[in-house]
Design a protein around this ligand. Structure first.
Ligand code: SAM
Length: 350
């Protein structure tokens, strides 16, 4: 039977259940090999062999929020705060355009309202002066702000729901609720913005059941992009002495990616940097071989990198943007994959 027919039958039979997710997440031995093989096959069928390179610019670490896990949380006095100028960001965007990077991902801490207008002007200028697609990742905002940014030319927005466990979410986020976060994602989708979300793997207090629910929530939200990565305790945060819930079973990090791919065949899934922090130099390669199809080299100037440590041992802190891009290209090609051309927009038909 053709593979696509099989997928359609799986969908009609409501195969995407919590039980099925749990069965896959608990795979061992041959079943685990089969899980990775199947995820890679689905990635290839739906997304092809191209790996799109999206350049991330961490343009500000100023944050008003106090998420309990995050290294740049407002209360961390050990962080030297910075905000890059518009000209500095535009210069980077223009450099990116000359390389294989067709999307600029602008990420920062969360400061409600204060810089919204400035961010809008930045989007307008990038869209006017380059051919790049623009992804923004700056946290929860009201509908009208997202609408304004969309009018400025924003193509995509990335906002993780972090965990689907409502009680755990509240414990970790003094500044917002899970419902508010989900509403932001619904608003973005209603505006026609390509929408990405995701979660951390192994937050203290979560179980494999939570992980299954997280994957199901991604599917329910019908996301264009899904970014997930292991939680890594940062010493200057209230969770500094906690452990990742899968500290003794790190294979779970990769299983999560593969199950995510099986449940979301046509979403873009990046191989996130945190995997390299846990498995230096090979983490992201393995993720690309187990379901992912996007790579996001860091384009933040070297002088700011030490100040954007969401978690310790963040890879690439000593690299220049050119070195980060070169390394990314070598890794992708070493896996027998090709570099994505064009903007790499969502392939979903909502
Ligand atoms: N402020 C924006 C937001 O909240 O969406 C974007 C920046 S935020 C720092 C980016 C992501 O970093 C978060 O969504 C979170 O999942 C991740 N992150 C923060 N602290 C982390 C940690 N200790 N370990 C792993 N990931 C972490």
């Amino acid at each position: 039977m053709p593979f696509k027919c099989l997928i359609i039958i799986m969908m009609m039979n409501n195969t995407y259940t919590k039980e099925y997710a749990l069965e896959l997440l608990n795979a061992k031995g041959d079943a685990l090999d089969e899980l990775y093989r199947k995820a890679d096959e689905i990635r290839k069928r739906f997304m092809g062999d191209e790996v799109f390179i999206r350049g991330i610019v961490e343009f500000s670490n100023i944050c008003a929020n106090n998420c309990l896990y995050c290294g740049i949380r407002a209360s961390n006095r050990n962080v030297k705060r910075y905000m890059m100028s518009m000209d500095e960001i535009l210069m980077i965007a223009k450099k990116m355009e000359k390389s294989y990077q067709t999307t600029i991902v602008l990420q920062s801490g969360e400061v409600k309202g204060k810089y919204d207008e400035q961010i809008g002007q930045l989007i307008r200028r990038i869209k006017k002066e380059t051919s790049l697609a623009v992804t923004l990742s700056v946290g929860n905002r009201p509908y009208d702000t997202y609408k304004y940014w969309k009018e400025c030319g924003m193509d995509r927005y990335f906002l993780r729901f972090e965990t689907s466990d409502r009680a755990l979410f509240s414990k970790l986020h003094p500044d917002c609720s899970l419902d508010e976060r989900i509403q932001c994602l619904i608003n973005l989708k209603s505006l026609g913005v390509q929408t990405g979300s995701g979660f951390m793997i192994g937050l203290p207090g979560e179980t494999v059941e939570t992980l299954a629910e997280n994957i199901l929530l991604c599917r329910k939200l019908d996301l264009d992009m899904i970014g997930i990565g292991p939680f890594i305790p940062h010493p200057d945060t209230p969770l500094g002495n906690e452990k990742n819930a899968y500290e003794d079973d790190k294979e779970m990090f990769f299983k999560a990616v593969s199950v995510l791919r099986i449940f979301n065949p046509d979403s873009h899934i990046p191989a996130t940097t945190a995997f390299d922090a846990v498995f230096p130099k090979i983490g992201r390669n393995l993720v690309l071989q187990r379901g992912a199809n996007i790579f996001m080299p860091n384009n933040t100037p070297k002088k700011y990198r030490e100040d954007y440590l969401l978690y310790p041992n963040k890879p690439g802190v000593d690299e220049t943007p050119e070195e980060s891009l070169d390394a990314a290209i070598k890794r992708i090609l070493s896996l027998g994959r090709t570099i994505g051309t064009g903007p790499g927009h969502s392939i979903k038909k909502h």
